[in-house]
Structure formats: C-alpha cells, structure tokens
Design a protein around this ligand. Structure first.
Ligand code: NAP
Ligand code: F7E
Length: 344
C-alpha cells in the first residue's frame, strides 16, 4: 500500500521539491494551496498531470479548513511547510506572521487530534536556524540555546515548542527539522541569494546597472533545497520522533556569495569601503555594480549562522555536502543567466 502525504506550503520552494521526492517514492501526495487572485503556481506546474498529485484549498489561518482537509485525506505523514517565511517582512506584518507561523502549527496538531489520527499520522514541522538568532554558540547544534531575533523567529520558536509539547503530552510522532538556509533556482526572488544570482545575470547581460543590498558581512550556512527535503523525509522515517539540525557545516558571507555569483556570470568583483559606504566594483570596467542601501537593513539581524549537522549525518545517514556551496551558486546563476536571456 502506498503512503499518503499532505504538504502545506506545496507551492513554495521546499514544498515543490518535496512533492517531487515523495511522488518518486510512490506516495499519494496532497498539497494544500491558498486561494489567490492569480493561479500562478509555476513551481508545481510540471506535477499537475501526475494522477498521484492532488491540490486542495486551505489556509493555516483557518482551523476548519485544516480539520476538513486532514479528515478527508487522512494522511500517514504531514509536512507543515507553509509560512510567512520572509524574516524582514515579519517586521512589517508581525501579527499575521505570529498567526500563521506560530498558531498555524497548533492548528495542524489539533486538527490531527480532532480527526483521531494522533496515533497513526507523523508530522514534520519546518523549523529554522533563526531560532538560534543572536547566537550563543558557534557552530549551532541541537543543544545550543535559542535566542530568536525577529518576529518570524519568535513565532517559529512557538512552533518548535508546541510540537515538542504534543510529542510529550500525547505521544504523537511530531518532529522539527531545524533547517539552516537552503536555496535553489526556485528560491523566492527577495531572499538574498536569489536576489544576487538574478542581479548578477542581469548586470552581465546589460539589463540592470546596480544591485542594492543590506548587510554584506552577514554569515550564513547555505545548502541546496533539493538535498534538504530528503532530510525532511528521513526525519519522519526515523524509529523515534526527534528534532534535527540540518546544515552543511560551512559558512560564507553575503559578500562572498556575491563574489562567487558574479564570477559565474563573468564579472570579477572587488569590494572597497566599509559599512554603508562599501561598494562592489567590476574589476574589468571599474564600474560600481553593488551598493549598500539602508532599506535592506533589519531592526535586529542574525549575522552568524553556522550549523553542525553531525546528528543528522550519524543518525539519519544524511550527506550534508552532497551539493557544495560553489555548485549551489553555479546552478543558481546558470539557471538565471538562461532566464534573463528571455527577458525583454
Ligand atoms: P516559501 O518558498 O516562502 O513558501 C512558503 C509556502 O507557504 C508557500 O507555498 C505559501 O503559499 C505558503 N503559505 C504562506 N502562508 C500560508 C497560509 N496562511 N496558509 C497556507 N499556506 C501558506 O518558503 P520555503 O523556503 O519553501 O520554506 C518552507 C518552510 O521552511 C517555511 O515554513 C519556512 O519558514 C521554513 N524554513 C525555510 C528555510 C529556507 O532557507 N528556505 C530555512 C528554515 C526554515 P503561496 O505560494 O500562496 O504564497
Ligand atoms: O537573508 C542579509 C540579511 O532574507 C540572509 C528564510 O528562508 O532563512 C531565510 O531567512 C541574510 C540576512 O534569509 C540583503 O540581513 C543583506 O542577514 O536571504 P535572507 P534569512 O533572513 O536568513 C531562514 C533560515 C529562514 O527560516 C527563513 O524562512 O542576508 N541581506 N542584504 C539581505 N537579505 C535580503 N533578503 N535582501 C538583501 O538585500
């Protein structure tokens, strides 16, 4: 008998890769989608003809829709990936972020109980390295104390603890993957890596003059989203429900990401100046192609994320370095070079 999975956030970066992976494994995959004024679902368009892929309307802000959906689908596994996932935007819409990112998790857990599936349904919660926030230890592992540092991170903190609470109170198989940043050619265009890969392609093709960024010194542990969804699945196949840090174990700055991405697009960069006055210069032409803008600074910013994936490696057999940082940047820029070629 094939397994049935429900993915919330199926139209997102991770949701689309996870749907592909589960379909390959023979699952019957159900995705929850929100109603929107455009039916643009480009990340999952290629899956629409698959008879084992089904979409349903629902919203993490609407308990009734969750109860109805979970009661109808009766999934063996739920992957709760839906979220207002942009950290900077969470400062603009903190209440909505809390409702979806924090209370939304509780709604999923309660819906599973209301439908009487708490003994059979395994639940994966998309947790985040943002929990470590203003970091108290480097690198960060499962035992590192949390210090969330944005409305998004505070909401994810609730999600993490309510999952743990339901595991202990009701003996449910629910776990959090504490995932560090993971990127891809499907990454939203306002996250820093995709913003850089697209700009590098446009600048190289003469379709954009400059790229404006915030904190260039911010450090991240960036992995490839396609590798990370494999880990989500492994976490739910484990013998016991546990939380895992998922990271590559390597750290780079935003500045370094720019250097690698522009190089792949054919532009060698040189950085000059400091803080708000720092600029990135095209060595060949002497033109300033990167500037710093206060618009992209956050009231509080997480600047030193670096994960230790030892537990996932040893207990799940997951390979954290399947796609290297260099390969990740290359595949994003190569994709965007082709995309930008088609732009007017
Ligand atoms: P993403 O591309 O922003 O996708 C978010 C998904 O959530 C989209 O499908 C979105 O639907 C859906 N969504 C948003 N609000 C919703 C609501 N109220 N009800 C139902 N669906 C809603 O995010 P991602 O990068 O794939 O990340 C997946 C999850 O992992 C998120 O929970 C994120 O917070 C977490 N996470 C991500 C990273 C990372 O580096 N990518 C790291 C750690 C944790 P629409 O298409 O309709 O907007
Ligand atoms: O920022 C700095 C920014 O927005 C990374 C989400 O998936 O990963 C993601 O959150 C860093 C920050 O990702 C710009 O200040 C500089 O320090 O790409 P980001 P994020 O905030 O780390 C975590 C793990 C999640 O859970 C989230 O859902 O880059 N930065 N200049 C900039 N960031 C943006 N977006 N734009 C800039 O111009």
């Amino acid at each position: 008998m094939s397994k049935t999975a429900l993915i919330t956030g199926v139209t997102g970066q991770d949701g689309s890769y996870l749907a592909e992976l589960l379909l390959e494994k023979g699952y019957d995959v159900h995705g929850m989608v929100r109603r929107s004024s455009t039916e643009k679902r480009e990340r999952i368009d290629h899956l629409m003809d698959n008879p084992n892929f089904h979409l349903h309307y629902g919203d993490l802000a609407d308990s009734m829709s969750l109860v109805k959906l979970i009661g109808t689908v009766r999934p063996d596994e739920i992957y709760n990936l839906a979220a207002q996932s942009h950290v900077q935007v969470s400062f603009d819409v903190p209440e909505y972020t809390a409702d979806v990112v924090a209370t939304g998790v509780l709604r999923v857990l309660e819906a599973v109980r209301v439908c009487g599936l708490e003994k059979t349904c395994r639940i994966y919660q998309a947790s985040t390295s943002e929990l470590f926030g203003k970091v108290e230890e480097v690198p960060q592992r499962e035992t590192t104390p949390f210090h969330p540092y944005s409305p998004y991170a505070v909401a994810k903190q609730y999600g993490f603890w309510i999952v743990k609470e339901y595991r202990e109170a009701y003996n449910m198989f629910c776990c959090s993957g504490i995932l560090f940043n993971h990127e891809s050619e499907r990454r939203g265009e306002t996250f820093v890596t995709r913003k850089i890969s697209l700009a590098a392609a446009r600048i190289a093709q003469g379709k954009q003059d400059k790229l404006y960024l915030g904190n260039l010194s911010s450090l991240r542990d960036w992995g490839y989203a396609r590798d990370y969804v494999e880990c989500m699945w492994l976490i739910l196949q484990h013998d016991t429900p546990e939380d895992f840090v998922i990271a590559t174990g390597e750290q780079h700055s935003v500045r370094e990401f720019c250097e690698y991405a522009f190089r792949e697009a054919g532009i060698e960069l040189e950085f000059k100046g400091e803080g708000m006055d720092e600029v990135g210069i095209d060595k060949a032409t002497g033109k300033v192609v990167i500037e710093v803008s206060p618009e992209f600074y956050r009231p509080t910013d997480v600047v030193n994320l670096w994960g230790d994936p030892t537990k996932a490696k040893t207990e799940l057999g997951w390979n954290p370095t399947k796609t290297s940082f260099e390969e990740l940047v290359k595949l994003m820029v190569r994709h965007d070079m082709k995309l930008v070629e088609k732009e007017n």
